[in-house]
Write a protein that binds this ligand. Sequence first.
Ligand code: SF4
Length: 122
Amino acid sequence: MKTHHFTCIKCPLSCQIELIEDNGTVLEIRGCTCNQGEQYALDEFSNPLRIVTTTVRVTEGILPVVPVRSQAPLPKSLIADCVSVLNTTEVEAPVTCGQIVCSNILDTGIDVVASRDLERRH
Ligand code: SF4
């Protein structure tokens, strides 16, 4: 048996949740004040997801990089590979907020977009 500890991020109460499992079978979830927390703990245990945020190189821009983020959460297990792909991605200025800088990253069906405008260097 193993106990996993999570802090629920679904509301400001930040309930401290314990999920007890045995060889992948969830036996008990404690500490949730509501059902959302229970679902959050189950998701964190079985398939944790995260929005990817990083920067991408820009050519001819007023800054050398632009912040980017995935349009939807990706499996936590893919985040390092996503960042590797984005480390080798380059876009040309001008860049507009919401512009796709990497389409369908790692065949997940999720695009990575710019988080801000970036003007072209004069
Ligand atoms: S378990 Fe419910 S009450 Fe507690 S932090 Fe999560 S959403 Fe909020």
